[in-house]
Design a binder for this molecule. Structure first.
Ligand code: AMP
Ligand code: MG
Length: 409
């Protein structure tokens, strides 16, 4: 059986051969997508020198102290002005273009205004010295024409849309959404929540879980209907998934050692390359990873709900991040709140609660670690990673942890 670390290496190697195409995406649909190429700005931002304040624009040598200047006009945001300010001043609003011969803007609150007969400012009296280059946003001060604004691999959020919109960029090349099919196995499963359970039946919770967990990812996931419990039935669903164009298949159940654990056999029957089956982790030891004959990736996650969740977080997610050019979340460590004993020889991903006190992360491993127990997962906010070689861990020991919501993806 291989270690978790080794399994990650094997996934990484296999995913390196996986090719994802790119496609053009309009800015309004870009949120949540990944850029396939660097974006270079074709424009300056701001596009022109403009005022950062409501006030009066003037030359830097306009004077100091109680100087009175004539007001030559008024420029609002959106105006085009060819005003020459000369020895006077011009009233200017935030965002309005600063006249070519002005070198500074004095905020309205720093001058005294004398209104003319039309009620508009006719003269202003300065209250202090005029300092050059104040309150003017210079063209290109934020982004210069030719700057690379985003690198390939950038995951686009609302703030990126803000920049793209400000630059007037209409579309961008993004990585295509990989097609993922979700397959459930198990004769005991019932998909339809409105149907009453017959003796021995349970509800399918893994497929809705995986579909929901994938919702924030730039992927296209399909829940394949049905839940066969034999090799041929499973192969029929797999074929359906591949006919639909699936590039990744995630199945749950039927990878352990029981009579009905037919997934490894089924994969061998179609000539898939089983990269590993079983890993020294708990829960989820029987996890299987294979490359399908057409080059698609296959993850066989065990059926117990928490095993499926561990399989998704620790095997599927690293593969997806690599496919989508995303970095792994930063490594985080915390001190155990209490002693904990486990079996050596397995890395335990334990439902846990992380909290921070006095700048230190503290982690509490929860009760109810069995892989069928979903309720403790709801109290948890992270997985504690308790190392393979340790049987006894002491309060105060540093362990790695993985936040449930630890980054964009
Ligand atoms: P298996 O991995 O097929 O041996 O299943 C292990 C356990 O997980 C069994 O108790 C199954 O009933 C349960 N199980 C399998 N698939 C699902 C599923 N999709 N949703 C909820 N429980 C499941
Ligand atoms: Mg089963």
């Amino acid at each position: 059986m291989i270690s978790y670390e080794k399994s990650l290496q094997l996934i990484k190697q296999a995913v390196a051969d996986f090719q994802l195409s790119s496609e053009v995406c309009a800015v309004e649909d870009l949120s949540g997508r990944v850029l396939a190429r660097t974006i270079v700005s074709a424009a300056n931002l701001p596009g022109f020198d403009n005022s950062a304040m409501d006030g009066f624009a003037m030359k830097a040598n306009a004077g100091s102290g109680q100087i009175c200047l004539p007001v030559m006009g008024n420029i609002g945001a959106g105006d085009v002005s060819h005003l020459k300010v000369g020895e006077g001043a011009v009233q200017i609003m935030t965002g309005a273009p600063v006249p070519a011969d002005c070198e500074t803007v004095i905020p309205v609150e720093n001058v005294q205004i004398q209104a003319g007969s039309d009620g508009l400012p006719a003269h202003i009296t300065l209250q202090g010295p005029v300092v050059a280059d104040q309150n003017i946003r210079r063209a290109g001060q934020d982004v210069c024409k030719g700057d690379a604004v985003f690198a390939a691999g950038q995951f686009i959020g609302a703030e990126h849309i803000m920049m793209l919109a400000a630059l007037g960029i209409l579309q961008a090349d993004v990585l295509a959404k990989p097609k993922i099919s979700l397959i459930s196995t198990g004769a005991e499963l019932v998909d339809d929540a409105s149907v009453s359970l017959q003796p021995g039946q349970i509800r399918n919770s893994n497929q809705p879980y995986l579909a929901a967990a994938l919702q924030n990812w730039p992927v296209q996931s399909t829940q394949i209907k049905g839940h066969p419990d034999d090799r041929d039935g499973f192969l029929r669903l797999l074929e359906r998934a591949l006919d639909d164009g699936a590039q990744l298949v995630i199945s749950t159940g039927a990878v352990s050692m029981g009579d009905r654990d037919f997934v490894p056999d089924a994969l061998r029957a179609i000539g898939a390359d089983i990269i590993f089956h079983k890993c020294k982790i708990r829960p989820g030891k029987p996890v299987l990873f294979a490359v399908l004959p057409g080059g698609g990736l296959f993850f066989g996650l065990p059926g117990n709900p928490v095993s499926a969740a561990v399989g998704f977080d620790f095997f599927v997610k690293p593969a997806l991040r690599q496919i989508l050019a995303q970095a792994e979340p930063a490594r985080e460590m915390a001190r155990l709140v209490s002693d904990f004993t486990k079996r050596a020889g397995f890395c335990l991903f334990a439902k846990a609660v992380i909290s921070t006190k006095d700048n230190q992360n503290h982690i509490e491993v929860l009760k109810g670690q069995q892989s069928f127990r979903i309720a403790p997962l709801l109290q948890a906010n992270c997985w504690a990673e308790l190392p393979e070689d340790k049987a006894v861990l002491r309060a105060g020991d540093l362990v790695r942890f993985h936040r449930f919501y630890g980054g964009v993806l």
